[in-house]
Write a protein that binds this ligand. Structure first.
Ligand code: ZN
Length: 271
């Protein structure tokens, strides 16, 4: 099953997604997951659908981030070639950090480049969507923890990351976590997924999840040994080699076959 989250006639909906002539279409409305209702009560006006829905191309929908996480956990340094390009040693255990939910951005949204940073980088990543409350997960139970997979951009102010000595500010600016366009539980993670990032159409990152230093079962066991993951939480699994700085006006596309393409543009923050 594949689904997306979108706005239509001033209401927020979830829709099942299927391929029609090679294009993703929203075929029908589906129930919102429980965590989304809690999120909307806090952030938006909750409402329910009561109209006949006609299928529409996903490209014509007002897409929103397909998840409403209580937290966004990110893995640093999980592809060998990226560790090398940054000049670091291979980590002995997974290194993780958090991005705040306020950094979430919808597919097609504009990433605001903060004036206090001179270098904003893209990081194309596979993201895990958590499906149930999990704590102290055994590695062999990893499948039961997942609702599905999606795409994310772990946008990073590289100069501030180096300057601060820790990563909260550099990775946590508003709009620094584009996510989507859809969530799928149809992919075979163990067979390996190919992830590619393009900037203005030019290929910059090409990696396989088979090159993870730490596989998903280990990542989830390691994270949930520290804190509880809730339904809808995101785990960004790290980025392959090829990260680099962006200029205002750049368009970044991150793709994995079966998960569509996450596209966002970058502009200076006018605030
Ligand atoms: Zn990252």
């Amino acid at each position: 099953m594949k689904y997306c989250r979108f706005q239509f006639e001033n209401q927020i909906h979830y829709g099942s997604v299927e391929s029609r002539d090679g294009e993703p279409w929203i075929m029908d409305l589906i129930a919102a997951p429980k965590e989304d209702l809690a999120f909307r009560l806090e952030h938006e006006c909750a409402s329910s659908a009561s109209f006949d829905f006609e299928p529409m191309p996903m490209s014509a929908a007002g897409l929103l981030a397909p998840v409403t996480p209580s937290k966004i956990v990110c893995i640093g340094r999980n592809y060998r070639d990226h560790v090398k390009e940054l000049g670091h040693e291979l980590p002995a255990e997974p290194l993780f950090f958090l991005k705040p939910p306020s950094s979430l951005l919808k597919p097609g949204g504009v990433v605001c480049m903060p004036a206090i940073s001179a270098r904003v980088d893209y990081e194309g990543e596979l993201a895990l969507v958590i499906g149930r409350r999990v704590r102290h997960l055994k590695p062999e139970d990893w499948r039961s923890a997942l609702r599905g997979l999606t795409l994310a951009n772990d946008v990073t102010a590289r100069d501030l990351q180096n300057k601060d000595g820790q990563w909260t500010r550099a990775k946590g600016f508003d709009t620094f976590c584009p996510v989507g366009p859809l969530v799928s539980d149809e992919l075979d993670l163990e067979a390996g997924l190919t992830i590619e990032t393009r900037v203005n159409g030019e290929l910059r990152q090409h990696g396989s999840t088979l090159d993870f230093i730490f596989a998903v079962p280990q990542l989830l066991a390691h994270i949930t040994a520290a804190f509880t993951l809730e339904p809808g939480d995101l785990v960004l699994t790290g980025t392959p080699a090829g990260v680099g700085p962006l200029q205002p006006g750049d368009r970044v596309e991150i793709g994995i076959p079966g998960l569509g393409v996450l596209t966002n543009t970058f502009q200076p923050d006018e605030a």
